[in-house]
Write a new protein. Structure first.
Length: 292
């Protein structure tokens, strides 16, 4: 195991070298460096840690290894610095102890049940009509604490982005309503949940349609958002909303940096152009939370 770990370490020492511009390897780290460069950002330092989580012998001399890779990018915008982090699962193939292939393990971008439409909006719900004072700091603190981990108080989903955002919103004081109808309101209780709590498409429609409790005020551009607000993504522009993130800070140009689950990310640039799921047809919805 140590030999394979050493091989991976040598491989990533080259990939994570910020001065390495001649790498012929096509991976998400190289692409992220390229995207930052296109925005005019500089990455003076990159660090990474890894942990092997599985090993399987395929043939006599061939071994498959699954591992978690955590990469931290120091990003510089003029005199402004911040760290961007991402935690991804990789799969490596070794032949006679030599690394011959490495790839990112991708997950589906949506777990939306087919029966979900826009029924998660219930304007006549009598459960709660109160306004709430949104504690943005508490929501952001939660998103910073759990971006690379999973709160055992909640179920962990294979596609966990909306579940994660909902937890952060609730930590900020957003009230639940609609229990026990999964197609109404926004709630999590007794290891059960509404579709809007855990499904990207449903939360997007809930935020734009709810008139009480948790609701979102849609704005036109990302720079109007503050920490604690929410961005929804339709990566293919086909009307099916795939992903949600929560804003945790803003960069020097006033643009949001977000935290997210599934491909766990911290301080990621809001547009997600560095994602394998992104396409030029991507559509966004920007929601201010707790604004009446």
């Amino acid at each position: 195991m140590m030999t394979l770990a050493n091989e991976l370490t040598k491989y990533w020492e080259i990939q994570l070298d910020p001065t390495n511009k001649d790498s012929k390897v096509d991976n998400w780290v190289q692409y992220k460096k390229q995207i930052h460069s296109q925005r005019g950002n500089h990455i003076p330092h990159i660090s990474g840690t890894g942990a092997i989580i599985g090993r399987l012998r395929l043939e006599r001399h061939e071994v498959r290894v699954n591992y978690l890779l955590r990469v931290t990018f120091l990003v510089r915008q003029a005199h402004f610095f911040y760290h961007e982090e991402q935690l991804c699962e990789h799969q490596a193939i070794f032949y006679k102890g030599k690394l011959i292939e490495d790839k990112l393990v991708t997950t589906p971008i949506s777990n939306e049940p087919k029966q979900i439409e826009q029924r998660s909006i219930d304007k006549n719900d009598r459960f709660s009509n109160q306004r709430f004072n949104y504690d943005r700091r508490a929501a952001v603190n939660y998103a910073e604490r759990w971006w690379d981990d999973y709160n055992p108080a909640y179920k962990q989903f294979d596609v966990d982005c909306t579940n994660f955002v909902s937890q952060a919103l609730h930590a900020g004081g957003a009230p639940m309503r609609g229990y026990p109808d999964r197609a109404k309101g926004w709630w999590y209780r007794d290891n059960n949940w509404s579709y809007s709590w855990a499904v990207a498409h449903s939360l997007r429609w809930y935020l734009s349609g709810s008139t009480q409790g948790l609701k979102g005020k849609e704005v036109d551009s990302a720079n109007q958002l503050l920490p604690g607000d929410v961005i929804c993504y339709d990566f293919e522009g086909d009307g099916k909303w795939n992903h949600n993130t929560i804003v945790v800070m803003k960069d020097q140009e006033g643009m949001p940096l977000v935290n997210a689950h599934t491909n766990n990310s911290r301080h990621r640039y809001w547009s997600y152009e560095d994602s394998y799921a992104w396409t030029p047809e991507c559509q966004y919805k920007f929601f201010q939370i707790g604004v009446n």
